[in-house]
Design a protein. Sequence first.
Length: 320
Amino acid sequence: MSKYLGTIITALVVVAGVVLGFVFGGPSLSQNQLDTLLILVIICGSSALYCFVVGEISRNNSQMDKLWSILPIAYAWVIAAKGNMNPRLAIIAVLVTLWGVRLTINFARKGAYSIKFWTGEEDYRWKVLRQKKILQSKPVWALFDLFFISIYQNALVLAICLPALACMGSDAPLGIVDFIAMGLSAFALLIEVIADEQQMSFHTTKKKLLAEGKELADLPAPFNKGFNTTGLWAYARHPNYFGEQAFWVCLYLFVIGAGVATYNVFNWSMAGSLVLVLLFLGSSAFGESVSNKKYPEYQLYIKSVSRYVPFRKYNPEKVK
């Protein structure tokens, strides 16, 4: 039970936050906000349909992965344009654009994009999931693709951008909270950039060494472990996920700066970033289950290093 205590507490906090956000800061949208939301929903629905149809035909279920970094840019600028380029909305759009460019470049370097848009490198997690007995049936996989990969993930990507929509209802000038939000969001983005570069550098070198015909155990340290324990990765198992979640949570602070959060905390648009926390909780757990099977030392890494927040440096000797 204690093993899952952190997960259970996180899930309860997320559910409570979503409920309180709607109870105390339920949506009261202007006509302009409703019109904008309709545009966003049409884009979201079209994307979900595209991801499902193309994913099923091509048998490449990373269609949404390719759009994950692009759609928020479109959503943010649609909101900014419909909000007459209000400074707060423009700042949010610029931050989201920087976030999206980073993620798109990082994904492109992994071979995700191709001139044949339906092809490209598929995320390994979909390949692993297709091997699960319950998902091996084509109809069952099609339902999983439709509801989780296509609809749920598209809806979530839209939801994390909705704090910008909430800010449309405010004429409040930029203040200290907005500048704090800007600084923290930029810092979270920097963490992501550093973590991505360190991970890319590690695995590129590891693959190059393995291509020379060497066995993993014969590689020089730290590559012989198979997983990255250098840089930020020496202090957290998923520093990139930490930066990602922090970015969208910090973006919500603009809602507080705009003065549209009840008790300076609660607004319905907080649901997106909170549900994102749950997604990464599941994604990180699944990724770690795969790494546990591949790398003998990974269990020591889990015991020694925190999941997200860079805190304690990896030292396998202390946990053996």
